[in-house]
Design a protein around this ligand. Sequence first.
Ligand SMILES: Cc1cc2nc3c(=O)[nH]c(=O)nc-3n(C[C@H](O)[C@H](O)[C@H](O)COP(=O)(O)OP(=O)(O)OC[C@H]3O[C@@H](n4cnc5c(N)ncnc54)[C@H](O)[C@@H]3O)c2cc1C
Ligand SMILES: NC(=O)c1ccc[n+]([C@@H]2O[C@H](COP(=O)([O-])OP(=O)(O)OC[C@H]3O[C@@H](n4cnc5c(N)ncnc54)[C@H](OP(=O)(O)O)[C@@H]3O)[C@@H](O)[C@H]2O)c1
Length: 228
Amino acid sequence: MIACLPSPQNKTVGGVWATENLYPGLKTNNTYGTIDFSDFPMHHGFGIKPGQHVSGEAMHNYLQAYAQRSNILPRIDFETRVLAISRLDDRAGWNLRVRQGADERDLQTRKLIIATGVTNAPNRPSIEGASDFEAPILHSAELGLKSGLLTKDLSEKKTVAVLGGGKSAYDAVYLAACTGHQVEWIIRKSGKGPVWVPPRHTNIGPFKVLREVSSTCHHPLHVPHNAD
Ligand SMILES: Cc1cc2nc3c(=O)[nH]c(=O)nc-3n(C[C@H](O)[C@H](O)[C@H](O)COP(=O)(O)OP(=O)(O)OC[C@H]3O[C@@H](n4cnc5c(N)ncnc54)[C@H](O)[C@@H]3O)c2cc1C
Ligand SMILES: NC(=O)c1ccc[n+]([C@@H]2O[C@H](COP(=O)([O-])OP(=O)(O)OC[C@H]3O[C@@H](n4cnc5c(N)ncnc54)[C@H](OP(=O)(O)O)[C@@H]3O)[C@@H](O)[C@H]2O)c1
């Protein structure tokens, strides 16, 4: 049994989908019925209808409800960072050095699952002249906490430059454009270019097929089952 599921900066469940990480307009790429656990289907109470993309808010509420139903909320140490992990002397478990606020302590556990994600440490490019740039510089990971910088009413049109061609860049461009900013979207030539964002539906003959549903829920039916 896991003794604790630490979360360094998060005050709420969900990691990417923690309340404080959600920015206006954030939706999952997944449509209703394709991102939920099979033992806890996302019901209509989360406000998403069949065919609609699951919003960030609904995703957070769903994960919160899942944690509540599974009684794991009391086991989570929020706002706690794991600083170091080492083997216990008897090699039967692990010691975790953790920091919560100003306090540091040790936790012991027999089994350890590391699920720290791949997107929660911002990759901040070093840009020449950035320290002298007078306007705010945000990483998309901060959009949840600082989206106000883009959403507040503008008395005059301001320019926002967005660097990158991934989904975070798409969302930042959309958010800034929708709030009346002039957007300069910068995608470097040397890289992969803009990511492809597929439409929700694929037309197969006369049928409009929900892409996400066909590739997740239906596809396994056509994959040979391995009895092992
Ligand atoms: C904005 C955004 C939107 C996304 N949308 C989609 C989507 O629509 N569909 C999809 O399938 N995927 C999406 N992804 C990918 C996303 O990574 C997954 O959906 C999913 O949230 C990953 O879950 P995870 O538990 O692996 O990691 P995370 O959600 O990142 O959770 C990792 C947790 O580990 C904690 N942690 C990290 N380091 C430490 C440490 N040293 N000590 C203690 N705790 C630590 C973090 O605080 C966090 O709580 C999106 C990612 C981003 C950034
Ligand atoms: N559900 C949603 O709506 C949603 C929203 C946001 C993110 N996500 C998910 O989160 C994950 C991460 O997405 P992401 O957009 O944050 O990151 P990403 O896919 O890694 O994209 C990062 C972008 O930044 C560019 N870049 C990186 N370093 C650069 C530098 N030094 N100079 C110029 N450009 C640089 C990259 O360009 P190069 O190609 O040149 O390297 C790339 O275009 C993805 O799985 C994505 O689907 C989902």
